[in-house]
Design a binder for this molecule. Structure first.
Ligand SMILES: [Zn+2]
Length: 469
């Protein structure tokens, strides 16, 4: 949201920005469908008459692969969820709260409610147009931490944020994700048909058959060149799909929640969710040399392993030996780096599983969780050869310090005022030990604005009379 003065911006301004993005998205969706229709037509003309089945099988493989990649939350219907995942609530109470929030949006489609078994403070929503009768596609997802620690007003506020996505601000490609997947699959399949065609012409007279096709698809997938082309096509589709106003939408949904249930419940819900996430982050950061970007992506890893290739042109004969030695050394360093990275990720996973075992769904602050964090980290270190990274101790702005008039793990009006004053006068102090709070670059890339900015946006709109506590 670089073009606005976020978080000091009126909700109306964000609303207008989102409307513009929506129009752009509609136009691009039309363009993408047109492009895909062109590809389908081309494929049909060029490849279908010769070998229709291999193309269609390729399409099915690509579709399945993409489908498995699309990570819809996995949940249990609230009626079947274990009682100890629902906190103080009964399934009926949760359904009533969801229905009440839906009514406030004049939404007649009531989502199914699922409980996701995770230690995180999570709430999510899925709304699929056209195929909404398929049960998990018309749903709101809640984690036990949310149900254990949010009072009814805070829970309604979280639900209102989610229903805002459901009813008002939901992107076309999320609403029609089941169309997005076949489009991608078709692009990939049409692309793979070319090398297969070359191969066919090359092995004239040889055994041709389905297994040759499969063999080729597998062999091709090992060529980084093929992946580069696929990624290039994916990036074209991505530019047509990405809206770029995700952070504005998130803040607008906070705004809608605050409009219905007040700024205080919304802020308190955000604070409690942040407190859980920073415990998880504290474990992750221990296994990472880069404190705020712990999960090295595959491409970043490759980039770090293959620094710009040195030019070998003009090397004299006598340099040859030196060069070979150098290559050997690089190879060894690469292997070491790969195993280091492998160990690091394994240790992180083991530690997070242990954290999940040790952490109860009840609220606990980062400071109180130190022993648990340490135990989880130790487990990761014991079971792998990964090393531990020490990061400098961060000075954080602790919201709990303001929960001091009526101590109940949430801020009342007066406490909130003191907290907001501190937040405004300490812009460099992170509110949570979270990457997006510490690192501006991470914050820009995230779908959600940092929690401190989400809170300051609500406060700005409250000060200007658009919201009340
Ligand atoms: Zn959201």
């Amino acid at each position: 949201m670089k073009e606005t003065t976020f978080p000091r911006v009126a909700a109306l301004t964000l609303e207008q920005m989102v409307q513009r993005s929506h129009k752009k998205e509609l136009r691009n969706a039309f363009l993408l469908l047109l492009l895909t229709a062109g590809i389908v037509h081309h494929w049909y003309q060029r490849f279908f008459p010769q070998y229709p089945w291999y193309g269609l099988i390729g399409f099915a493989i690509a579709l399945l692969w993409l489908w498995l990649q699309s990570d819809l939350p996995q949940g249990v219907p609230v009626d079947n969820a274990p009682k100890d995942q629902l906190g103080e609530y009964t399934p009926e109470q949760i359904k009533q709260l969801v229905a009440e929030v839906c009514r406030s949006y004049k939404e007649h489609e009531i989502p199914n409610i699922y409980i996701i078994d995770t230690m995180e403070g999570q709430a999510a929503v899925v709304n699929v147009d056209g195929l909404n009768f398929i049960k998990p596609w018309n749903a709101v997802y809640l984690s036990p931490y949310i149900l254990y620690n949010l009072d009814p007003d805070e829970l309604k506020s979280v639900l209102a944020h989610e229903m805002c996505h459901f009813s008002k601000h939901y992107t076309i490609w999320d609403r029609f994700f089941y169309i997005k997947i076949p489009i991608f699959a078709f692009w990939i399949m049409a692309l793979l048909n070319y090398p297969i065609d070359w191969f066919y012409n090359w092995v004239q007279g040889e055994t041709r058959g389905f297994w040759y096709y499969v063999w080729w698809v597998i062999a091709l997938s090992f060529f980084s060149f093929v992946w580069k082309v696929v990624m290039f096509l994916v990036s074209i589709v991505a530019t047509l799909i990405v809206r770029g106003d995700e952070q504005a939408i998130e803040s607008l949904c906070d705004y809608e929640a605050s409009k219905r249930y007040g700024v205080l419940p919304t802020v308190n819900a955000l604070l409690k969710i942040g407190s859980r996430q920073e415990i998880i982050n504290a474990v992750v950061a221990q296994f990472s040399p880069h404190e705020t970007k712990p999960e090295t992506s595959q491409t970043e890893l490759e980039a770090s392993l293959h620094p710009a290739k040195e030019s070998t042109e003009g090397a004299s004969e006598s340099d040859q030996e030196v060069k070979i030695k150098h290559v050997d050394h690089t190879k060894k360093a690469e292997d070491e780096e790969v195993s280091l990275e492998f160990n690091r990720m394994a240790a992180m996973r083991i530690a997070l599983t242990e954290l999940e075992n040790l952490l109860t769904p009840k609220f606990i602050s980062l400071e109180e969780a130190q022993d648990i964090i340490e135990a989880a980290v130790q487990k990761g270190l014991e079971e792998t050869t990964a090393q531990r990274y020490q990061h400098k101790k961060r000075k954080l702005l602790r919201w709990q310090a303001f929960d001091n008039i009526f101590v109940n793990q949430k801020l009342e009006a007066e406490e909130y005022t003191n907290f907001i004053d501190a937040l405004k006068s300490n812009p460099s102090k992170p509110l949570f030990y979270l990457a997006e709070e510490i690192d501006e670059e991470v914050a820009d890339e995230d779908v959600h604005p940092p929690l401190s900015k989400r809170i300051l946006f609500l406060e700005y709109n409250r000060e200007h009379g658009a919201l009340s506590l």
